[in-house]
Design a protein. Sequence first.
Length: 123
Amino acid sequence: MSSRVRITEYLDVDLDREMWCCHVCERDLIGARENYKRGCLVYERDPKEIYPPIFEGNPQVTLTTADGYGVFVEFYCPGCGTMVENELLPPGYPPTHDIELDLDALKARHQVEATEPALSASR
């Protein structure tokens, strides 16, 4: 029985080893009690690269943030290059810690789910 649990589209957690892992290539990223983003490759992008001006010749009309108010930060798996997450942050702001798992409760739940089929089959 696998101890890997899918958390997001591109992130799994290995409960036995307490590691964040890429769902695509299965590479270990960082310990599961840490912010998974610290185990990723990071690329900061100017929002104007993502949201160019809406009207040609008028750079004032855009869907992006005002100059100096934000950068897009993209987090990639160092093994396969899959973009795991992205966020818009103020310049110099640390990555958000958006997922914090209760690993002990998740392990207990996973153990119960693993033993339930055996209990019901023996009845």
